[in-house]
Ligand binder design. Structure first.
Ligand code: ZN
Length: 283
């Protein structure tokens, strides 16, 4: 027989509580205790919500979010070019048209330029937050990612130089070694990029992207373990006979899962790009 609905009372109570004690305005330091989260700071007019979620990208520097957005756009673009490049290469290889030196050179130039495009994109996407709030979530994965990107840039430059140097007896094994190191760095950068994207997603509205990163990360680890198993078995196969059979049986599902992982990764980055665009429109 109570005159006030219980749920309505709870809502009123939670609303009256407002900003918890000891929460200063991130811009001017004014004590915001008790104010509504939807309101604005009485001193400087900045949104009260910024004090409750100071790491939220909406309250970051617009230049910083613009850099992230540009980075995400370039990464998605480079991934799209990668698909066209791969399909084109496969098609021409089957059609037997890539035999010409000109076509092969063009093919590798496009691949190289696209690699640089991806690196520029990731470099922008991993820009440091000039954040006034002093919150540095995801700093470790961001720094590790930049170190790995730097190593890849060095490897790209090195292989370019190696391509111009006249053939010496040890240029082939050196090239193979560089390629091997590059592949390990690539895989490490792939995993690190996902860990970093998760921290970035945690700073955006809604939790959808954060959950999506989790799925891609877990699936990616499964695929990675399978790839290591297949490569390991391939090496063992050179010694014993059984490894070859198991390796071949594992290879096709592994390749399929790699393809799925690649598609999921592109979708995830495109979702991130869209979310950053949305954040910018709300700034
Ligand atoms: Zn203020």
């Amino acid at each position: 027989m109570s005159p006030i609905d219980r749920r309505m009372l709870e809502q009123m109570l939670s609303r009256s509580k407002g900003v918890p004690r000891g929460t200063p305005c991130p811009r001017c330091g004014y004590e915001l205790t008790g104010l509504s989260a939807e309101g604005r700071c009485p001193e400087c007019g900045s949104p009260v919500a910024a004090a409750l979620r100071p790491d939220h990208l909406v309250y970051s520097s617009p230049d910083y979010v613009a850099k992230l957005h540009m980075g995400a756009f370039l990464v998605v673009l480079s991934l799209a070019i990668l698909i066209v490049h791969f399909i084109g290469g496969t098609f021409f290889a089957f059609a037997g048209r890539i035999g010409g030196a000109g076509g092969a050179a063009l093919f590798s130039i496009v691949g190289f330029a696209n690699g640089i495009l991806a690196l520029i994109g990731w470099w922008l996407l991993s820009s440091p937050d000039p954040g006034k709030a002093g919150v540095d979530r995801g700093a470790t994965s961001r720094r590790v990612l930049r170190v790995l990107l730097s190593v890849r840039i060095a490897i790209l430059a090195f292989s370019l130089v190696l391509g111009f140097v006249t053939v010496s007896p040890w240029s082939m094994p050196l090239m193979l070694m560089v390629t091997g190191v590059d592949q390990i760095v690539f895989l490490a950068a792939f995993v690190t990029s996902l860990v970093y994207l998760k921290t970035l997603a945690g700073r955006m509205p809604g939790g959808a992207i954060e959950r999506e990163v989790d799925v891609v990360l877990k699936f990616g680890i499964v695929v990675l373990v399978l790839v290591v198993a297949v490569v390991g078995l391939a090496i063992m196969g050179m010694i014993g006979g059984l490894g070859v059979i198991v390796g071949v049986c594992l290879m096709i599902p592994t390749l399929l899962m790699m393809l799925i992982l690649f598609v999921l990764y592109i979708f995830l980055l495109d979702r991130t790009r869209q979310a950053l665009k949305e954040v910018r429109s709300r700034m």
